[in-house]
Design a protein around this ligand. Structure first.
Ligand code: LLP
Length: 417
């Protein structure tokens, strides 16, 4: 996104043109930003450890156009359910290009994962027998809980440690791999995912050390080889104005340094270093454009827009902050600002999702743009109060195209019997 003469543009396409063409609320993604994010991450790690692979966590944004774009860059797909595996398969991902890191799997998940020959990151030892009913996998990985977790956004994004529902406690990991060896499995990997939206490089080195200190001794005692070591996603982006971006070069330097040391210490050979980011790749490439429909002077001033908790759930669900810009006004030469609360259209008080923000003077008809909505944005939207899901548009090299049409009354009602 850029602002020129107060107008907001995505690459070179004006927010106003998109709103006129497709209506609001509207999700907009910048293809070049996604490519840049992917290439920056890939380069930072690959130059330091060539056996490096990115699996895109498709849960963060499941639009096929976005997944395809990342697959074209070379990404595999990290999936969380049978349907995400079906989607990745439909887009051409095969076998070891698909990681399956789901939680609390059902029989359909096992069947679909086995059919796709996906790499399972099993979340518990108790799941092994259920997986084996679908045949012996070529390669197997367990999700290990290294007992440390972190998030800069909110507690529910802390995914390891004693309160986390994910993974096998690291002390029990050896038992899990021993059972897999007994079952005749010969090729192994290991996975962890400790938290989402972390912007401190040191943290990634710390968890990598912990994971390797866990699997190193297991490789020796069970005489097995880990073909890949997956340190999960979690690479953060700044949401608030005072947060700093994650220094990816520094992160890669620190992670690969401990990785090399530990791989040598435990004689692990040359395992592939795997990451499975979502937010880092697509988060800052996505925006929501909304229209201001009403302004209300109550005990405080409310700006009523068509972006609500149903369209972008993160602020109300997690108390997450998203920057807001006003088309034709968000620039220094529009200094007239006031304190307002931005609301959606849902009949819930919680739907006042950006409280007491200082913004340029907003009028009915203005367009607002919400940033950092590319990850966990559209995928977490829902049709509440009959306010249906938005459309999605991809801007690429100055051209824009609809990549998901707006939900209609017929779509909404079509599911009922
Ligand atoms: N791998 C696994 C197994 C995961 O569970 C996740 C995210 C990722 C990778 C990608 O994590 P990322 O690189 O995006 O941090 N809805 C929350 C975030 C939930 C993250 C869920 N798992 C939010 O909006 O902040």
């Amino acid at each position: 996104m850029k602002i020129k003469d107060s107008k907001i543009y995505f690459e070179d396409v004006a927010a106003e043109e998109l709103a006129k063409t497709y209506g609001t609320p509207l999700y907009v993604y910048e293809a070049n930003r996604i490519r840049d994010n992917y290439r920056r991450l890939q380069k930072a790690f690959q130059t330091r450890w060539p056996q490096f692979k990115i699996y895109y966590a498709v849960k963060s944004n499941t639009n096929p156009a976005i997944i395809r774009l990342l697959m074209e860059e070379g990404a595999g797909c990290d999936c969380a359910s049978a349907n995400e595996i079906r989607l990745a398969t439909k887009l051409g991902a095969k076998g070891e290009e698909i990681l399956f890191s789901g939680n609390n799997l059902n029989e359909e998940d096992f069947a679909e994962g086995a059919k796709a020959k996906a790499l399972f990151n099993l979340d518990d030892l108790s799941l092994l027998d259920r997986l084996l009913k679908h045949g012996k996998p070529e390669v197997l990985s367990f999700r290990v809980n290294p007992a440390i977790g972190k998030s800069n956004v909110h507690d529910s994004d802390v995914m390891a440690g004693k309160q986390a529902k994910f993974g096998i406690p690291w002390e029990k990991a050896e038992e899990a791999y021993a059972k897999a060896v007994d079952a005749g499995i010969k090729r192994f990997g290991v996975h962890m995912m400790t938290g989402s939206c972390v912007t401190e490089p040191d943290y990634f080195a710390e968890i990598t050390t912990k994971l390797l200190d866990c699997v190193g001794p297991i490789a020796k005692s069970l005489n097995i080889k880990f073909e890949f070591i997956d340190i999960g996603g979690g690479f953060g982006i700044p949401y608030t104005p005072d947060e700093k971006p994650l220094d990816i070069e520094k992160t890669a330097t620190l992670v690969t340094k401990v990785f090399k040391e530990k791989v040598a210490q435990y004689q692990l050979g040359e395992p592939q270093l795997v990451v499975e980011p979502g937010r880092y790749l697509v988060g800052d490439a996505g925006f929501v454009i909304g229209r201001v429909h009403a302004i209300k002077e109550s005990y405080k001033k409310f700006v009523g827009t068509d972006i609500g908790m149903n369209i972008l759930a993160r602020p109300v669900l997690y108390g997450a902050y998203h920057g807001i810009f006003v088309d034709k006004k968000s620039e220094a030469r529009n200094p007239k600002s006031e304190i307002v609360t931005i609301t959606g259209q849902a009949c819930e008080n919680a739907d006042a999702w950006a409280k007491d923000r200082e913004l340029p003077k907003i009028e009915v008809g203005d367009l607002i743009v919400v940033e950092n909505a590319g990850a966990y944005g559209y995928v977490m939207s829902y049709p509440y109060n009959g306010r249906l899901r938005a459309a999605e548009v991809l801007v690429d090299q100055g051209k824009h195209k609809l990549i998901r049409r707006r939900e209609t009354f017929e779509d909404w009602l079509g599911l009922t019997i």
